[in-house]
Design a protein around this ligand. Structure first.
Ligand code: AMP
Length: 246
């Protein structure tokens, strides 16, 4: 994990207590999913990605999936009201008791307000560790780097391994190193859609960071560094937060 002895002890204690709610903010391609998985491994709390939840509704052709698909296909945000029920249902699950990592939610100031109200109402309990308002970590990466990361992203449909044709190419063009499958581009990683997704972040998600900053619950980390170093900054931030939680 790369933190000092004291830090390691603190993280171990924190793991037992749970992390409380953590929100990972950042533009598409900043590495929220990758870092969320690191926190899951380290702290044993679940990752909740609204993008994944919505994609599974689209795949299963539910009513919500049908409504969300149009917006997602254009790279636009799905209307706030469509998100609240699925997020509430997921956060009420027993595995969220000790904390959770939200990846991709909230994405508008209204969603941030809704989340605070929901947690105050259903989750907040000072007597129980892990039950408090979210601690927010924003991963910053500049626009040009994001562009390369998103336009180059390819996934193996068989094993799920992720490549980047600019930054981490497979050994043979567009084929998975592990099983030789033809790599695929996620539907919303097409260039015209990427442009919209980055615009949606600038216009709608930046105010979310301001909302949390005003409440003193936001820290920023440099997401352009290698994955391990970004993780290290994040664990330090969680560790500091754990000292005076809630
Ligand atoms: P992601 O995988 O997080 O990049 O999300 C993929 C797409 O799902 C986004 O481009 C949006 O269309 C939709 N989406 C995911 N999370 C949200 C959210 N919190 N609010 C609105 N739309 C969302």
């Amino acid at each position: 994990m790369g933190v000092g002895d004291d830090g390691a002890i603190l993280m171990a204690e924190d793991t037992a207590r749970g992390t409380g709610p953590i929100v990972l903010l950042g533009p598409p391609g900043a590495g929220k999913g990758t870092q969320a998985k690191r926190i899951v491994e380290e702290c044993g709390v679940p990752q909740i990605s609204t993008g994944d939840l919505l994609r599974s509704h689209v795949k299963n052709e539910t009513e919500l999936g049908r409504l969300a698909k149009e917006f997602m296909g254009r790279g636009e945000l799905v209307p706030d009201q469509l998100l609240y029920d699925i997020v509430a249902e997921r956060l009420r699950a027993p595995d969220c008791e000790r904390g959770f990592i939200l990846d991709g939610f909230p994405r508008t100031a209204a969603q941030a307000g809704w989340l605070d109200a929901f947690l105050e109402h259903e989750f907040f309990d000072r007597s129980r560790p892990g039950k408090c308002l979210p601690f927010v970590i924003r991963i910053d990466v500049d626009y040009n780097e994001l562009w390369l990361r998103l336009t180059g992203r390819r996934t193996c449909p068989l094993c799920g391994r992720i490549y980047n044709v600019h930054l981490q190419p497979p050994r043979v063009d567009e084929l998975c190193d592990l099983d030789g499958s033809q790599l695929v581009t996620r539907n919303d990683d097409r260039e015209e859609v990427i442009r919209e997704r980055l615009l949606a972040y600038e216009q709608q998600t930046r105010p979310v960071a301001e909302y949390y900053q005003q409440k003193g619950r936001l820290v920023s980390v440099d997401g352009s560094l290698p994955v391990d170093q970004v993780a290290e900054q994040i664990f330090h931030a969680i560790e500091r937060h754990a000292r005076d939680r809630c």
